[in-house]
Design a protein around this ligand. Structure first.
Ligand SMILES: [Zn+2]
Length: 342
């Protein structure tokens, strides 16, 4: 079968991206694939696709494998934000506005200009149920702490970031993104649940409606059949037969309800679609954190994009929080989110 132009271009780009070679061959395409790619695609290293060779068509397992390979790695772009100014004073008010420390006294001891990284992750979600709903959510986290930064996604475009080609990127992007990526995916799950709230609510309402209708239907059917039991024309075996059918109705209703639950069950699939890593100047705010007679240092980050202090992360569960409670762990102060301190 002849190869469509779209699939021809896709095949060429995929092969060349992995260091392979693609050349036109009659109405098809001859691919010379590096061994790793050939193995993943389950193809020989030299293969003819299209007319006279392997069919590459929509819905084919081969195309699925190629698409999967092309999207297996999340594309990451690097960028730098140069804020027009950094806050110099007034951090006491900001601290009081952005945080609460119910059982500690916190005093700012100094500030310094610093640099930090933020990760903006776009995630594609698909909710599959009786209906299908898809969309994108975008979340931002501070790379070092993993704290979710509310408002960052909406604000960063206003700063006209400079985007780098891969070979031009400055060296200030730490290599290990595991913690940030994990935190961003967790946050994306929360954002997805919010984005799907109406959809989940509607599936839930339809399930309840159908379950109620099913119960009512079987209750009415049971009542009608029971009323007929006294009919004078009914022989004793017929009566027993009908009673047996009535007895089975609740079981049948439960089976139907289980089917409905299956039908409206929502399966959500999340897939990272792309990421931007930002490097920006920030103000590091040093503070002393005092709980009764104990003291320790605290480091906060003033974020020029959100014009706020970034949340801190709980030292137990690593969730971002703006309410921080001290708890003594031997002679050391642990700083915890309210649920962990409870
Ligand atoms: Zn916690």
């Amino acid at each position: 079968m002849a190869l469509t132009e779209e699939l021809r271009q896709f095949s060429v780009r995929l092969a060349e991206h992995y260091g392979g070679v693609a050349e036109a061959a009659a109405a098809g395409l001859r691919l010379l694939l590096p061994p790793d790619l050939a193995r993943i695609l389950e193809l020989p290293e030299e293969v003819l696709i299209g007319q006279g060779g392997l069919d590459l068509i929509y819905g084919s397992p081969l195309l699925d494998r190629m698409v999967h390979q092309a999207t297996a790695r999340t594309p990451v772009v690097l960028a730098q934000i140069a804020p027009p100014y950094l806050k110099r004073a007034g951090f006491d008010q900001v601290l009081a506005r952005d945080f609460s420390f119910p059982n500690a006294r916190v005093q700012i001891t100094g500030t310094a200009e610093a640099r930090t990284n933020y990760l903006v992750l776009s995630t594609h979600y698909a909710a599959l149920s009786d209906e299908r709903k898809e969309g994108l959510v975008e979340v931002a986290v501070q790379e070092r702490s993993g704290a979710h930064i509310d408002g960052f996604c909406a604000q960063w475009p206003r700063f006209y970031p400079q985007f780098f080609a891969p070979e031009e990127a400055p060296p200030h992007f730490p290599g290990d993104l595991k913690r940030a990526a994990r935190a961003a995916m967790e946050q994306a799950q929360i954002a997805t649940r919010e984005a799907l709230a109406d959809f989940l609510g509607s599936m839930d309402r339809r399930l309840h409606r159908d379950v109620r209708n099913t119960r009512e239907y079987y209750a009415a059917l049971g009542a009608e059949m029971a009323a007929g039991l006294d009919h004078p024309n009914l022989s004793e075996p017929q009566r027993r037969d009908r009673q047996a059918k009535i007895d089975l109705l609740p079981e049948e209703a439960e089976r139907k309800i289980d089917d409905l639950k299956q039908k409206y069950q929502v399966r959500v699939v999340l897939r990272p679609a792309g990421a931007i890593r930002f490097l920006t100047s920030v103000v590091q705010v040093m503070a002393s954190f005092q709980h009764r007679k104990w003291k320790r240092d605290l480091s906060l980050t003033w974020n020029p994009v959100t014009q706020a202090l970034d949340p801190l992360v709980c030292e137990s569960c690593e969730a971002g929080t703006r309410t921080l409670l001290a708890r003594m762990e031997r002679d050391r102060i642990q700083i915890l989110c309210p649920p962990c301190a409870a």
